[in-house]
Unconditional design. Structure first.
Length: 207
């Protein structure tokens, strides 16, 4: 594998972190990983060397700023999440595959599939949570969730490098938690929509 200085567990943890965190904050992940490598703080596998190119840093930094602002506005954050479905999941697949190098055949393919699945799980949990929170008119919960997602995505990347075994254990719990959260929020949102529809019908009859 073309990742000198990394053992197998470290590679798996890094691939998992990049995939999972991409579902929350793909541009923050791209910029943070690239900037850290460019500054010499970390060494990335060769398959991810593009992240530290100045043009890539400029593009990911710009999109990071756009997402940071869009994600703080109730309503706009849900629209943004919907659009980013087509970015976060493929990016999670590509980044996880890049950890192992794109010439590794089956290993790369498996990493891409798992990276996409991890990105999808965290993205679904994030989007569902935001949709539920947006049923409340106040913006503060959105801001708090957004900042928490910033911290989780960057924290996952750091922990995968600092303590890959611990990270993998927590990643398993996070995926399970995401699935349970999506299931519960789907039931909550269905209940809210049913109540709103019932009120609309009642209002129409009253009129």
């Amino acid at each position: 594998m073309d990742a000198p200085g990394f053992d197998t567990v470290q590679l798996i943890a890094l691939a998992g972190a990049l995939g999972w965190a991409s579902g929350l904050r793909v541009y923050a992940v791209l910029f943070a990983a690239g900037a850290a490598a460019w500054l010499g703080w970390i060494e990335l596998p060769q398959g991810l060397s593009l992240l530290e190119h100045p043009l890539m840093l400029g593009a990911s930094g710009l999109m990071l700023a756009v997402e940071f602002l869009a994600d703080k506005v109730p309503g706009l954050d849900t629209l943004w999440d919907g659009l980013q479905t087509f970015v976060r999941i493929p990016a999670g697949a590509a980044l996880a595959a890049g950890v192992f190098g794109y010439d590794q055949g089956t290993v790369t393919a498996v990493a891409a599939v798992l990276g996409a699945a991890l990105a999808a799980s965290s993205h679904a949990a994030k989007a569902s949570t935001r949709a539920a929170v947006n049923t409340s008119p106040e913006p503060f919960s959105n801001w708090g969730l957004s900042l928490a997602e910033d911290g989780l995505s960057l924290g996952a990347l750091w922990l995968s490098l600092a303590n890959p075994v611990l990270f993998l254990g927590l990643l398993g719990l996070a995926v399970l938690g995401s699935l349970l959260l999506v299931w519960w929020l789907a039931r909550f949102l269905r209940f809210v929509f049913q109540r709103l529809r019932g009120r609309s019908v009642a209002d129409a009859r009253g009129a």
